[in-house]
Design a protein around this ligand. Structure first.
Ligand code: SF4
Length: 340
């Protein structure tokens, strides 16, 4: 039976997390910011109000079906379950129930949260996030002008409050904090921002800092990636700060990879044979509705052959379900926008 899920996507291949099973806690693009580089399409609601945008019961019911199908097919467990989606996941007020439910359905699988950190100044949200393993907060600029230009935040937000929220969370959290800074050329790549973020990271001591730039098409055509020299310059400056704990990020990734391998060995899991073409098409559509990807990325994430992926992509392109875009010499596929 072909399964289609509303709130579960992937597993997708994440550079940092491996094969990541994503849970969408919003169901629509509901966020506290409207970043120029966002890949999730036009914003539906800019808000700081927490609400059960998707009920915990609905997400967990899907996860139980997904897990039963995975176990029946003998497919490997994902390396990690990542709470995220089309907006800011901590806006979902049923976050504690969702975290507890994921632990129950997929015990032993590490749980990560991708967050823009805008709710971390709230002690209640900090408390709720203590129950996960990895928190990946993003903080693109400590300068109000750059923050406003890149992140286009809810008017109540200030980057310094957010930075303080991350710092307070780091001080109480036993898991890993992986900070991400996304650079947009001419917006937040200033030396002033770099100096401030460096100073901040000296106090924060995150377990790793990932400086990235746009690698896939974003929602704003004017948002451009920084060049390779700028990226190396920034990365080198953060590497200096983390020299006190030089292997922390490597160890964290290794531990994650090893635990995934161990779980798969224990489950006796093997990579499944190429699936039914209709299943491959459904999986591609679900994954590409969340983010643009290349054929190679899709094949690795979904554990199907590149040939099957290419065949499915051709069919979906011919039907007009997908569009292909060139970026940095690679072809990215994404679901055609519905226009509303
Ligand atoms: S915080 Fe994340 S989801 Fe929200 S607009 Fe920015 S990139 Fe998109």
């Amino acid at each position: 039976m072909e399964q289609s899920f509303k709130y579960i996507f992937g597993p997708v291949l994440s550079g940092r997390l491996g094969r990541s099973l994503g849970l969408d806690l919003l169901g629509a693009r509901i966020c506290s910011m409207n970043c120029v580089y966002c890949e999730s399409g036009p914003l539906k609601r800019l808000t700081m109000t927490r609400a059960p945008y998707v009920a915990a019961g609905d997400i967990l019911a899907e996860l139980e079906v997904w897990e039963a199908a995975r176990a029946q097919k003998g497919e490997p467990l994902p390396d990690v379950v990542t709470l995220g989606g089309l907006g800011e996941p901590t806006l979902n007020s049923e976050l504690p129930q969702i975290i507890a439910g994921v632990r129950r359905v997929l015990p032993g699988v590490p749980l990560a949260v991708l967050t823009n950190a805008t709710l971390l100044p709230d002690p209640q949200v900090r408390e709720e996030l203590l129950a996960v393993d990895i928190v990946l907060p993003s903080l693109d600029s400590l300068l109000m002008s750059e923050f406003a230009e890149v992140n286009r935040p809810h008017p109540s937000l200030s980057p310094l409050d957010i930075a303080e929220g991350i710092r307070e969370f780091r001080a109480m959290f036993a898991g890993q904090v992986w900070l991400e800074v996304l650079l947009v050329a001419g917006c937040n790549d200033s030396e002033e921002n770099l100096a401030l973020l460096q100073l901040y990271c000296r106090a924060l001591l995150p377990h790793r800092v990932d400086v990235v730039t746009l690698s896939r098409p974003g929602t704003e055509p004017g948002a451009r990636a920084v060049d390779a020299d700028t990226l190396s310059h920034w990365r080198a400056r953060f590497a200096e700060i983390l020299t006190d704990e030089p292997d922390v990020s490597g160890r964290a990734v290794q531990a994650l990879a090893q635990s995934a391998e161990k779980r798969q060995e224990q489950a006796g899991a093997t990579v499944s044979a190429p699936q039914d073409p209709a299943q491959v098409r459904a999986a591609l559509l679900a994954s590409l509705s969340r983010r643009p990807q290349t054929a190679g990325q899709l094949a690795q994430a979904l554990l199907v052959s590149e040939q099957s992926v290419h065949m499915a992509l051709e069919g979906l392109l011919a039907q007009g379900d997908l569009v292909a875009r060139q970026q940095d010499g690679a072809t990215y596929f994404q679901v055609r926008a519905s226009g509303h």
